[in-house]
Write a protein that binds this ligand. Structure first.
Ligand code: 3PY
Ligand code: MG
Length: 250
């Protein structure tokens, strides 16, 4: 099976980058995939892609070595199966608040005996290779979002769920849930303390730690702090930043 290059980078001690893709369209995704990111995430929670668009976007990403990840809208056994069947190499599940929620998420991503994923990896076999079925469990990434006060209270239990690879901080929802500003690149001491605690618990449990950022500077600081995976910026932010500079030159 095609290896998961994120796992390979981590095994060598290197943190990885991600660009967040919210705009549907295979050409824009293909352009992004050719820029040298370690991974791209197609966001089905707050992005605009439907399933057909997502499949075309996964095909566009596979013209490169960039690792394709998908964030599902919410926990749903069928959605998880469908994005993995389409060739996602990792699933991001939003709003994982308890150990039980983390367990059912991991189970849906793994074939028996580790889990309950159903067999039908149509495009996944074309992308991953003929031995997909026997290697998928050890190759694909399970990524749970920690983004509420409840998840923060339960983070120790969540981090120890067998088969959970990555705890991924959503700073916007986490900030709001803690009664602070809903934003990325948090500097609010209350949210920073929560971020530091999630990072420490994740690393102590032997899991990978991820965080959503919106700038290169903050992403670099998070890697220095010990994060293994940083979302650096989104397609929308890149488009508006570039377009506003070009439109206002006069
Ligand atoms: C958040 O910041 O809440 C996220 O989910 C990042 O996408
Ligand atoms: Mg969120």
């Amino acid at each position: 099976m095609r290896p998961n290059r994120l796992r390979e980078a981590w095994a060598k001690g290197r943190a990885v980058t991600n660009c967040w893709v919210t705009l549907p369209g295979s050409l824009a995704t293909e352009i992004l995939a050719h820029q040298g990111w370690d991974s791209l995430t197609i966001d089905m929670q707050h992005g605009q892609a439907d399933y057909a668009a997502m499949c075309a976007m996964l095909t566009a990403i596979s013209t490169t070595d960039t690792v394709p990840l998908v964030r599902i809208p919410s926990y749903d056994f069928g959605d998880i199966n469908r994005v993995l069947d389409a060739g996602a190499y990792g699933v991001i599940c939003p709003n994982v608040d308890t150990r039980e929620e983390a367990e059912r998420f991991v189970s849906a991503c793994r074939y028996a005996p580790q889990g309950t994923r159903s067999v039908g990896p149509k495009r996944a076999v074309l992308y991953g290779g003929a031995d997909y079925l026997s290697k998928a469990n050890e190759t694909l990434l399970t990524i749970a979002q920690i983004e509420s006060a409840t998840a923060l209270a339960n983070v120790e239990a969540i981090a120890h769920v067998p088969g959970l690879d990555v705890l991924f901080i959503g700073p916007t929802d986490l900030g709001l849930s803690l009664g602070r500003a809903a934003k990325a690149d948090q500097t609010d001491p209350v949210v920073v303390e929560a971020i530091d605690r999630i990072l420490a618990v994740t690393k102590a449990a032997g899991r990978r730690a991820a965080i959503y950022c919106k700038s290169v500077e903050y992403s670099k600081a998070m890697i220095e702090k010990g994060f293994d995976f940083v979302v650096v910026i989104s397609d929308e932010a890149l488009l508006s930043a570039g377009a506003s500079v070009a439109a206002q030159f006069g």
